[in-house]
Structure formats: C-alpha cells, structure tokens
Design a protein around this ligand. Structure first.
Ligand code: NAP
Length: 323
C-alpha cells in the first residue's frame, strides 16, 4: 500500500539510462505514478528496460511513449532534446507536463519550447545528482534523496504545473529550487561543468605522460588523482553536449579560472610561499564551511558531490558525481 494517491496517472520516460531508470525506480518505490511507459533509442536498451521491469510498457518510439501521458520526461542527452520535443509534440495530451533532466537549461528551453503545442506545460528540470555510470542498470531509487532538483520554467508557465512537478521531485526525495535557465547555467558552469573539464584535462595530461609514469600514476592514484579519474569516466556523449550547449557560461568561468591559475603559477615561479599559503587557507575555510552547513561529509569517498553543491546525507552504493 502506498502512502498517498499517485501524483500522475501515466509517466512517459523518453530515454532510460542512469537518470531515466533512477526516476522509474524511485517513482515506483514512492507510488508517485500509476503507470510508466518507457522508450529508448536502441532495441538493446529497450529490451534491457523490459527485462529489468522498469516500466509497465516499453514502446518503440518517442511519439508512442508520449501519447496519453500526463507527465513526459526526456532523459536523453541535451543535444537531442529538441529532436525529441519535435517527435513527441503531435502525440501530447492536452494539459500534459513536459519536462527533461538535462544538465544545461537555456539551450533546452531554446530547443524544446518552439516545438511544444499550446495547452501543454513545459517545466524543464535538472536533478543535480548522478554518477559516472550510464545505462538502465546503473540507476537506483535513492539517487535523488537529499539532492537538489532545479526547475527552470519559462516565463508564463502555469504555477500549478510547476507545483505539480515540484511535488513529484520531492516525493522522489529531492529538494526543489526554481531559477531562471541562464542563472542555472552560470551556477552549474562553476560548480559542475568546470570541475568536469578540469578532471578530463588532468586525466588526459597524465595519460600523455603514461609512457614514463604509468606505474607511478596507478600506484599513487589514491591521492587526489583517483577522484579525477572517477569524474573523467563520466559519459562522453552527455559531457560533449553539456559543453556545446553551455559554451558561453563555461567560457566565462574558464576565463576567471585561468586568471586565478595564472596567479598561482606566478606565485610558484617566484617562490611566493605567502601567496600560496593565503590562497590555500582561504580554500580550506570554504571547504570547512561546506561541511559545517551539512552539505558534505568530512570523510573521503562518502556521499560526496562537487564543490559547492549539496551532497547526499546518506552513504550510497556509488560515489556521486552530479553533473
Ligand atoms: P545515459 O545513461 O547515457 O542514458 C541516455 C538514454 O537516452 C539512453 O536510454 C539512450 O538510449 C537514450 N536516448 C539517446 N538518444 C535518444 C533519442 N533520440 N530518443 C530516445 N532515447 C534516446 O544518460 P544519463 O546519464 O541518464 O543522462 C541523461 C540526461 O540526464 C542528460 O541530458 C544529462 O545531461 C542529464 N543528467 C545526467 C546526470 C549524470 O550524472 N549522468 C545527472 C543529472 C542530469 P540508448 O541506450 O538506446 O542509446
């Protein structure tokens, strides 16, 4: 017996990878929806979704999944969201809520909104929770517990639709915040996108040195580098799309980052220990502040997210990487 009546009758999941399958599992566990219809691009994924019993029905195309659904969530890479909106548009029921989970929001609004017919409610969302794993086997029902889900409704969206989607995410365990798409993209550029870019860079650089250092890189990877390799193992398609779609905000943050890096480089070159110490002292205080306000654990590898982002209060089967 579920604690309350389902919030939605039929949920359609377009794409059932890490995020889509976690939504399916969590929605089931919480009785958030009466039934789930799912689809994915490849027959292999659709077959796996059926085997795992993640949905009541697994259908072959995006339009068939969206037909008759009260809530449609596109859980696909950011770069294909526009195409998905175009495909589902003719099949959408009046008053349906259309949402997504993309890690970038302004591009999603730009690409999806023009295709959606009048009479449906468009409420883009970004659950700030994830791991470096992909596919329907990677998801788990607790992924969103204690994490943020950021809603970015375009101006003029009916508040009742925003409230309904917020209630859905809260039932899945998330904390919900609403912000403008551009603001979301700027915040995530520094808290998530830039850290991923740095991880991709460092792991790539270390690999270039591998001829000389392979054994040392592996042997000593417990210190810092290991964390970067985990983040740098994140899905290549997803992250390619994130950087293409959030180009301006990432470039802006990268500019500031490069200036700060140049300052530290100069301090090292000049042997300016005082400048280095002052900088490290400031960043240590920032870290301690994050732990003090309950946004992370002091223990390594434990419910950890990115710097500045909320982390889960409970241990998880996977180390979280957000996105
Ligand atoms: P994923 O595990 O790679 O799953 C992507 C799913 O999308 C797969 O089921 C894939 O099907 C399907 N797909 C791709 N193109 C499609 C299309 N044109 N039509 C229908 N289905 C299609 O990816 P994910 O990690 O769940 O990420 C999905 C979204 O969540 C991305 O927008 C990402 O930015 C966002 N997000 C990710 C994280 C994270 O940490 N991973 C966190 C928060 C938000 P096939 O398997 O058949 O290719």
């Amino acid at each position: 017996m579920t604690a309350q009546a389902p919030l939605f009758n039929r949920l359609a999941l377009i794409g059932v990878g890490l995020i889509g399958s976690s939504i399916a599992r969590a929605a089931r566990a919480q009785g958030a929806v009466r039934e789930i219809v799912a689809t994915a691009r490849s027959p292999a994924t659709r077959r796996r979704v059926a085997e795992l019993g993640l949905a009541n029905q697994v259908v072959e195309d995006n339009g068939a999944a969206a037909a008759g659904a009260d809530l449609v969530i596109a859980c696909v890479p950011v770069g294909v969201c526009g195409e998905v909106a175009k495909e589902i548009a003719p099949h959408l029921k009046r008053d349906a809520i259309v949402s997504d989970v993309g890690s970038v929001k302004a591009a999603i609004v730009r690409d999806m909104a023009p295709h959606l017919p009048a009479g449906v409610h468009f409420v883009p969302a970004h659950p700030v929770a994830g791991t470096e794993h992909s596919g329907p086997d990677a998801g788990f029902a607790e992924l969103f517990v204690g994490r943020w889900c950021i809603l970015t409704p375009p101006q003029g969206t009916e508040p009742a639709a925003v409230d309904r989607l917020a209630a859905f995410w809260r039932l899945l365990g998330a904390n919900v915040e609403t912000m403008a798409p551009d603001h979301h993209d700027l915040v995530l550029a520094i808290t998530s996108h830039l850290p991923h870019l740095i991880a991709y860079t460092i792991v790539g650089t270390a690999d270039e040195l591998a001829e000389v250092t392979r054994s040392e890189v592996l042997k000593f990877s417990a210190g810092g580098f290991r964390d970067f390799t985990r983040i740098a193992a994140s899905d290549p398609t997803m992250w390619r799309d994130v950087f293409l779609a959030n180009k301006d905000a990432v470039l802006e943050m990268l500019g500031t980052f490069n200036e700060d890096l140049a300052q530290l480089t100069r301090a090292i070159r000049r042997g300016d220990g005082e400048a280095l110490f002052k900088h490290f002292k400031r960043t240590r205080a920032i870290r301690r502040g994050i732990v003090e306000i309950g946004q992370d654990s002091p223990a390594p590898d434990f419910g950890r997210g990115h710097p500045g982002l909320p982390a889960a209060p409970l241990p998880r089967p996977y180390a979280a990487s957000d996105d």
